[in-house]
Structure formats: C-alpha cells, structure tokens
Design a protein around this ligand. Structure first.
Ligand SMILES: N[C@@H](CCC(=O)N[C@@H](CS)C(=O)NCC(=O)O)C(=O)O
Length: 254
C-alpha cells in the first residue's frame, strides 16, 4: 500500500493521476496546507521542504523498509520504475521523457505558480497594486512563452515526449489545463496543438478519477480571519518558519 500525503492542487493531482493510471492501491493522508499541516514534525520527516505531495511506499521497489519520497517529479519517476509503465526503460526514450519531466518541474510549475500569485493572490496582500505590475508581467509572460514551447512540441508529436503517453504528460497536464483561465480562454486559438493535447489527456478516465480525488477537502468556506491566516502561512515563509518547525520537531522527539 502507498500512503499519499496530499491536498487537491495541481501538484497533488500529478500523483493521483499516475496512481489511477497504474491502478495502484493508495491511501490518502490529507495535508491541509492552509492550516499548517506541512509544518508538522511527522510530515517534515517525510517531506523536509514543507510541500506536498509526498508518498510512503510500504512495499517498495527494492523490497526493503518503507520508502518516503517528496517532489512530484521524483515520485512519478519512482512509480514509473516500480510499475514499468509510462516511463520507458530504453535509455534514449527514458531521457526523452525525463527531460520533459524536469522541464515541467523547473519551468511550467514554478512560473504558473508565481503568475497565479501575482495575478490573483498578490492583490489581497500588496499595499500598493503597482508592486504587482512587474511580477505579473514577468511570470504571465513566461507562461505565454512556455505555452508556445509546448505547442511547438505538440505540433510534431502526439504527446510531450513523443508518440506515447508518459509521465511527462501526467506531470504537465494539471498545470496546462489552467493556462486558459490564466491567459484568457481566447488564447487556445494561438496554441491549437496544446489545446488538442489538453483535451486528449483530459478525456482519459484515469485522469478524470485522479482529479476527483479529495475534491471536498479544499472546498470548505473560510472565514475572513481563516483566509488571512492561510495567506500569512503560505505567502510569508522565511527561514523563521523552518527554524520554528525544526525546534518544534526537536521538542516533540525529546
Ligand atoms: N516542486 C514541488 C512543488 C510542491 C508544492 O509547491 N506544493 C504546494 C501545494 S501545490 C505546497 O505544498 N505548499 C505548501 C506551502 O507552501 O507551505 C513538487 O512538484 O512536488
């Protein structure tokens, strides 16, 4: 059995989609990132960067002790190796896939996260809306550029890494389908190959199931005070928070 430490966000859905595609048994352990679960000592032992998703595989690939993994790219690569599915083993095809996995982790995910922050959340935090202008321009511009990169790749390949559906598609899709709301739905005309691929991945039953996991977890209405506390927790993280968490963990294990 695999424990999945999860909250319903694009990074979380990458893993539920892969688990559903591979028909693996898993157990959801909610990590309420707005309520601070990511700083709990027991979670930090699994995921020291205080981010979900993370997994603990109780029947790991090497047959040894339970294995904990954080970072969605590493988790999908591990599950690909464990099942022999969606990550080719032949070196040429494997690296053709992994380069797009790393591309997503270093580009599409962080740029979309920052674009969303400046465009949507920043407004409620910044004292002066002018503070948001440069960040919005920079990150929304990057999302536009990255959409073009995907569109070009998908104009000559059915899927991101070539002719086959792989973990590169599963890791990119949960962010890519949000490009419409971010850049404006009209932009699909500029990126028709990207739109064709988004629709194709979207139509897979396992993708639909993966996106439904934990849907109710994030749906609870928050009071104004709860929303303020959530933003303070998520958008104001410095080493102070990491140090506090480390001290709490040391106390808990003393
Ligand atoms: N590169 C990481 C990113 C994970 C990530 O940013 N997770 C967010 C939710 S989408 C999180 O756990 N945030 C908690 C926090 O900011 O404290 C991955 O792909 O696993």
């Amino acid at each position: 059995m695999i424990d999945l430490h999860f909250w319903p966000t694009p990074n979380g859905w990458k893993v539920t989609i892969m688990l559903e595609e591979c028909d693996l048994a898993y157990n959801i352990i909610p990590v309420d990132i707005g309520g601070g679960d990511q700083f709990k000592p027991e979670f930090l032992r699994i995921s020291p960067n205080n981010r979900m998703p993370a997994i603990v595989d109780h029947e790991p690939l090497d047959g040894g002790e339970p294995l904990a993994i954080f970072e969605s790219g590493a988790i999908l690569e591990y599950l690909g190796d464990k099942t022999g599915r969606f990550l080719p083993q032949a070196p040429r095809e494997r690296y053709r896939t992994l380069q797009w996995v790393h591309w997503q982790m270093a580009n599409l995910g962080p740029m979309m996260g920052n674009a969303n922050h400046f465009k949507n959340y920043g407004r409620t935090i910044a004292d002066d809306p002018k503070q948001l202008e440069y960040g919005t321009k920079r990150f929304v511009g990057e999302v536009d550029r990255l959409s073009g990169v995907m569109d070009a790749q998908l104009s000559v390949n059915e899927y991101l890494a070539g002719p086959e559906y792989t973990i590169a598609d599963m890791i990119s899709y949960p962010w890519a389908f949000l490009i419409g709301p971010m850049l404006g739905e009209g932009m699909w005309e500029t990126f028709p190959n990207l739109k064709r691929w988004v629709d194709q991945v979207h139509a897979r039953p396992a993708v639909e199931r993966g996106r439904r996991v934990g849907r109710d977890l994030g749906r609870r209405e928050r009071t104004e005070a709860e929303e303020k506390a959530r933003q303070e927790l998520l958008f104001n993280q410095t080493n102070d928070k990491v140090r506090d968490a480390r001290e709490a963990a040391a106390k808990a294990s003393a």
